[in-house]
Design a protein around this ligand. Structure first.
Ligand code: GDP
Ligand code: MG
Length: 437
């Protein structure tokens, strides 16, 4: 897993406030390998790591976050940026709006046409018309009819016609007459780039001037997908890319390569054969996928928002000297609470989700703990060793808890202190998690 590898590469950095050139070089080798594993084109991977290097060197590392994690975030953000940064919707302007599908045979055009119609119908209350322009295979027309029926959307066909331009024109006329506000035109593909196919789809585009021309591509085809995208774009100047079959074990590097080579946004992804297996393309999520990490990026972001750097530095010193006391403990609880739902937060740490199933981590889990600490005198909070049996009884009474609970907290505190010391000496969260069980 790349995150582990990054953390290892950055062990050297412990104690330093900055990411340095030596450490970056090693890490970026890992990043490049991960990108290549994810089907990213070699040159793109190389340019990419060079850019990350420039960004990373000299970056100040937040105290609350390990340099390895910081580096992961830099890489992640740069990837997401490269894939367009934001989601891009299709634009429906004309009435009826016309959407033209293009792409090789088997890329998923017919399936995606159905998914899009279904989505427009259910989410935007549109009344779409599907159009069968794959005139070479009778089975293709039949397939679209089945799709249309399953989602309750009309399908326009001309069984005897061999002229897709004419079919497309007639379909738009029919849509106008019958009040369909979106026309989705499914076309014929070939197994490979083919001059006749290209001329045909060009002719359809020219005749009907669609609002959106979409290029549909199978994400499992890796590097080939990039070449196909390039050729289709040169001929059609399409408006957006649809990446299908992301439910397979592909890691989605094609997304990055295509985006970089044709400079067109990826608009939707297909994640299954069923009609609801369609998602808006999120560059940030694809970036997670390419890097093969958990949601560590969000964790870092929240930590950045919530942790006061100065505070963290002070704490670090105390931990190292083993002076961590109940006041600090209270501060930590408050910090954690500020960061939001505890269970959600912990679940973002890779590997923690499973471990958390058996652990009770409700947000009010701290209520009693806080009450007990508030019932301690300042001296007791600063020097927990003072808290003997009679003091424990008093604290239990004062906090409305019982002596067992007070005992448990003091015991837990001792353990936390040990754990904190371990962390401050370079242990990682995963080690904490396994100790906590
Ligand atoms: P077309 O030739 O471009 O029209 O491609 P089809 O829509 O007929 O799809 C080809 C095959 O891929 C069919 O078996 C589909 O069920 C399947 N398919 C399409 N999209 C997806 C997807 O997102 N995930 C999966 N698993 N299969 C898909
Ligand atoms: Mg088809």
């Amino acid at each position: 897993n790349l995150t582990d590898r990054l953390e290892k590469s950055f062990k050297l950095l412990k104690g330093q406030g900055q990411i340095t050139e030596i450490n970056v070089a090693e890490t970026l080798k890992d990043v490049r390998r991960a990108l290549l594993d994810a089907d990213v084109n070699f040159k793109i991977a190389k340019d990419f790591t060079n850019r990350v290097k420039d960004k990373a060197i000299g970056q100040k590392v937040l105290e609350a976050v390990k340099p390895g994690q910081m580096m992961v975030k830099i890489v992640h953000d740069e990837l997401a940026e490269l894939m367009g940064g934001e989601t891009v919707d299709i634009s429906l302007k004309k009435s009826p709006s016309v959407i033209l599908m293009s792409g090789l045979q088997g890329s998923g055009k017919t399936t995606f046409s159905g998914k899009l119609a279904n989505r427009l119908k259910s989410k935007q209350k549109k009344n779409p018309l599907l159009v069968a322009c794959d005139v070479y295979r009778p089975a293709a027309i039949e397939q679209l009819k089945v799709v249309g029926e399953s989602i309750g959307v009309s399908v326009y066909t001309e069984e005897d016609s061999k002229d897709p331009v004419k079919i497309a024109r007639n379909a738009i006329k029919k849509a106008k007459a019958e009040g369909n506000d979106v026309v989705i035109i499914d076309t014929a593909g070939r197994l490979a780039i083919d001059e006749q196919m290209m001329q045909e789809i060009e002719a359809i585009k020219k005749a009907i001037e669609p609002d959106e021309t979409l290029f549909v591509v199978d994400s499992m085809t890796g590097q080939d997908a990039v070449n196909t995208a390039k050729e289709f774009n040169e001929r059609l100047n399409f408006d957006g890319v649809i990446l299908t079959k992301l439910d397979g074990d592909t890691r989605g590097g094609a997304a990055l390569s295509i985006r970089t080579v044709v400079n067109k946004p990826i608009k939707f992804v297909g994640t299954g054969e069923k009609m609801d297996a369609i998602d808006v393309f999120h560059p940030s999520r694809m970036s997670d996928r390419i890097l093969g990490m958990g949601d560590i990026v969000s964790l870092v972001e929240r930590a950045q928002e919530q942790f006061d750097e100065e505070e963290a530095r002070k704490l670090q010193k105390k931990l190292a000297k083993n002076q961590f006391n109940f006041n600090d403990f209270l501060t930590q609880i408050q910090q954690i609470k500020k960061m939001g739902n505890l269970k959600d937060l912990a679940a973002m740490i890779p590997g923690m989700r499973k471990a958390l199933n058996n652990i009770d981590l409700e947000d009010d889990a701290f209520k009693h703990i806080e009450a007990i600490i508030y019932s301690m005198t300042p001296d007791e909070r600063n020097t927990p060793a003072l808290i003997d049996g009679s003091r424990r009884k008093r604290i239990a009474r004062g906090s409305g808890t019982d002596i067992q609970e007070v005992n448990r907290l003091i015991k837990q505190f001792g353990e936390t202190r040990k754990m904190m010391k371990m962390v401050s000496q370079g242990g990682n969260v995963r080690k904490m998690a396994s100790k906590a069980q």
